[in-house]
Design a protein. Structure first.
Length: 260
């Protein structure tokens, strides 16, 4: 693990991993866990449970705030009633998902994460979406009630896999509520503004003998920097092209974990 190489290396390695995760978080509107977990596991030698716990802990800070502010500066609206419903349901979901994850051995949990990435890549690549005519600024607010289901599913996946939940919530927002891609991304990262992952972090922390706090600080610092840059790039890329890039990144990350 990184701690054996000294505190400076631990902090810098965490910051580098956070920077990469932040860029992809802002770019794709996800919490960053899908890239942080492979980086922490492959580059720093953390096991799957450790990597997932650290990633959830890093997402407790309002890391997505720079990305949210940038999306808003581009005129993309936030549907607050919907976001609020997603937040409320996310909390019990992440607790339950984390409890399940800590009952699964490291090997099967890692393979399950790899399978999730590959399924996500295939589904995203094959997904058919309407043209981008209504991409930014849908005229009507979506109903908030479906947000309870979307938030619960997103929270369960967050706790089980150590991710922010955006990779699940965004497709549900697009396909179920017909939100434009950028609005769905903004709603997803707005859910992560409060520390919604805390119930899951407590479960992971209780199951581990020690927690790499210095690594976590570097991770959070790098994530803040990367998220803003990723959001600036995302608002300049059309939704369909963004989906193809996302699918390719998922395949690369899955290969990294398989070849570890």
């Amino acid at each position: 693990m990184a701690g054996t190489s000294g505190p400076t290396f631990t902090f810098l390695a965490g910051m580098a991993a956070g920077l990469g995760g932040g860029v992809l978080s802002g770019l794709f509107g996800v919490g960053g866990g899908i890239v942080l977990i492979p980086l922490l596991a492959v580059l720093l030698g953390l096991n799957q449970h450790q990597a997932q716990g650290v990633t959830l802990a890093a997402l407790l800070l309002p890391n997505t705030l720079p990305a949210v502010l940038h999306f808003r500066s581009r005129g993309i609206p936030i549907h607050w009633p919907l976001v609020g419903a997603m937040v409320v349901a996310f909390l019990p979901g992440v607790w339950g998902g984390a409890r399940i994850a800590n009952q699964i051995p490291e090997g099967p949990l890692r393979l399950g994460f790899v399978g999730f990435l590959l399924i996500l890549a295939l589904r995203t690549f094959l997904q058919k979406r309407p043209a981008e005519a209504a991409t930014d600024g849908s005229p009507e607010s979506p109903p908030w009630a479906p947000g309870l289901v979307i938030g619960l599913v997103g929270g369960c996946c967050a706790g089980l896999l150590g991710i922010g939940g955006g990779v699940v919530m965004i497709p549900m927002l697009v396909l179920w509520l017909k939100l434009p891609q950028h609005e769905a991304q903004l709603a997803s990262i707005a859910v992560l503004l409060p520390p919604v992952g805390l119930p899951g972090v407590l479960v992971y922390a209780q199951s581990q003998s020690s927690f790499p706090w210095l690594l976590l600080i570097g991770l959070a610092f790098g994530f803040q920097l990367g998220a803003f840059g990723g959001a600036r790039i995302a608002t300049r890329i059309a939704g369909p092209r963004l989906q193809r890039i996302f699918a390719g990144v998922m395949v690369v990350l899955a290969a990294m974990l398989l070849l570890r």
